[in-house]
Write a new protein. Sequence first.
Length: 328
Amino acid sequence: MTVRVESGGRLHFGFLNLSLSHDRLYGSLGVALDRPRVAVEADPAEDLRCDHERAREHAERACEVLGVPGVDLAVREELPPHVGLGSGTQLALAVLAATARAHGRNADVREFAPELGRGGRSGVGVATFEAGGFVLDAGHPTGLFTTEAPARGEWAVPPVAARHRIPEDWRFLLVRPDAEPGRDGSEEDASMRSAVEAADPGLADRISGVVTRRVLPALAAGDVAAFGAAVAEVGRLNGAWYADEQGGVYRPPVGAVVDALDGSPAISGAGQSSWGPAVYGVTDAARAEDALAAGREALDAAGVDGEVRVVAPRNEGAEVGDSGQGKA
């Protein structure tokens, strides 16, 4: 039977600390989404067969680290790349899990993620692939920071410091303005190093206070309004670290979209996911239609085209099993 692996995207709300003055660096928070998804299918093979360029690179590395001869792999659904929804990590881990299962093995994605170049700073993508939900990771000891990016595999994925199920009636508005893709690869590494070396440690103290006194209590209480306002504040504070790298607290045209969403009663808080340009808005099932309308109006206000949808949270990890259909 053909193996199928499916995993949803994720939102990245920001980091706890980018300053070298504190004991731990990074420490990120985010949530798993049910849609959009990545889905790959795989059969065991004696060589590598894959027509998808990015997936093929991951499959080559997966076969190498797993010690298997090959895999026949196809990408059936794909997250939009470089928009802030975690496409790179979800695709890499889906390929790894599918390759392992095709050969009758269960791979520990946390163990192998660094070998695929994932989980070097944020652990949210790995943790949501594992078990979904809201995730706060513990970051890395600051003493491990280097001015040059470490070689692939020479790090461990940050451990999960807190995980919560997201209330089933919560929803997330996704607005994807038609804009240049977010930063990735060496460009992202250079931007992050610049931000870290110039980071104001006082911002980290403020963010930690928001997370411990507002974000986590709102999750525990199931208070969507308080949660949305709190994660939006985390994003705004993070934006001060990146202002020189992305042209403001939010990268253009995200700021105009966020400003428009902030004025809607259907949205409890809005912000930029990772490097964008994806914008999120926190809402719930009862306000979903109004949130969609607010998203369209926000694009109009920003003077850009784009895609708008409302999605549910995902409180489970990736689905790994037999497809039962085979590959076309």
